[in-house]
Design a protein around this ligand. Sequence first.
Ligand SMILES: Cc1cc2nc3c(=O)[nH]c(=O)nc-3n(C[C@H](O)[C@H](O)[C@H](O)COP(=O)(O)OP(=O)(O)OC[C@H]3O[C@@H](n4cnc5c(N)ncnc54)[C@H](O)[C@@H]3O)c2cc1C
Length: 426
Amino acid sequence: MTETAAPASISVEQFRAQARAWLEANLERRTDALKRTRGLVHRTVEDIAEQRALQALVHRGGYAGITWPVEYGGRGLTRAHELAYLDEAKDFITPDLGIAGVVTLAVIAQTALRHASEDFKQRHLGPILAGEELWAEFLSDPSAGSDLAGVTTTAVREGDHWVLNGSKVWSSGAYYADFGLCLARTDWDVPKHKGLTWFAVGTALPGVTVEPLTEITGDAEFCREEFHDVVIADSERIGGVGEGWAVAQSVLQYEREASSGGLTSVLTLTGPGPLAPDLVEMARRTGRTGDPHTRQLIATSHTGDFAVRALGARLARLMLAGHPAGPAIISYSKLAVGLMEPERAKKAMHVGGAAALAWEPGDRDALTFSLGYLNSRVTAIAGGTNEIQRNALGERVLGLPREPSFDRGKTFRQVQDAGQNWAGDS
Ligand SMILES: Cc1cc2nc3c(=O)[nH]c(=O)nc-3n(C[C@H](O)[C@H](O)[C@H](O)COP(=O)(O)OP(=O)(O)OC[C@H]3O[C@@H](n4cnc5c(N)ncnc54)[C@H](O)[C@@H]3O)c2cc1C
């Protein structure tokens, strides 16, 4: 239940004024010192618990799930109302639930709204908005990433529940998540895209182990999970049995939207913005503002930043207007970010020079450059690699022939058996 009543017809300007007053009264103003940078701070379970409390406060205030249906705890308002709130909230410290928070709100909840049963939505969406449930994505198997339909993690039905066995990997933020949205094979005797089903798997269930994996940055945000005879109620299924591939399309679409900046943020684009402020600041520190090569690096980074944001905004408008190729066009934006980020990070290292390679303890600005470099391939891989985005664009947007496949028309069991029989013996 929220504290702020939502008259069905509240105008965007009235809503903005209410939001401004609520933010002033309830949240702290943001200062530069409080900015978080990806990879700079390891998110502990205790730190996330504080952010959950902040999320609960925002939810009680009526500013979580602004566009979500009222029956699931949202406000039932428009995207314009949400944009007004985001615009007002940008100067305040709002909940930061880490990568699992982004995934929960931008991917899992949206997928559940579209595909889950009424009972499932009633059980999970309210707690999600209130910060009580955080989720991770249990998509990739150790042997199936790009080929997501090739997962071998298996769920077998036993009466009104399922028994899950297998393993997942690269699950961002799973060590502090309460649930994982898990793709499992429920039928091995149909073609691979047809025997898949999604489940909500509680991370505290007996038989589930979650192990953080250390990354190149020294952080351990990723996890690997093992499932040994994990019992899951059928009511925790999302979508029909064997219809998981249709649900997967939604999961991937929402993930690509989120990792390419999100529709909401790109809709707020008003112009090119300031000249690459992080690089200008570093050039000042290193005394290179007059160096022609450094100036070139800053200028090309700035034009790249603007081009990516402008492309995102254009795609958002096309999607909202119902482009005939549908949500698949978001792959243009995902691919653009995946290509630009490594280039920009490399330029940043050149601008910083030695100052970006070695720094005094506590010098967060310098550290950010080197972590940015180490993290710069994230968008090129997560949520589908650059090559997979190119395939999606070729096949679904440009109408090119599908890439050759050795498993079409075969059951998944036949494909697996053939894969293990390289000698071709019968
Ligand atoms: C930062 C980050 C966060 C992630 N978070 C999650 C998460 O929360 N949950 C989760 O389940 N997974 C997550 N992943 C895993 C991610 O989805 C996979 O890494 C990704 O789909 C690629 O799969 P793979 O690593 O198995 O590589 P592979 O599929 O083995 O690919 C290896 C290489 O082959 C290329 N390739 C593969 N197939 C084709 C093809 N058909 N055509 C052309 N080239 C091809 C790929 O582009 C790649 O270069 C995350 C990954 C990263 C980097």
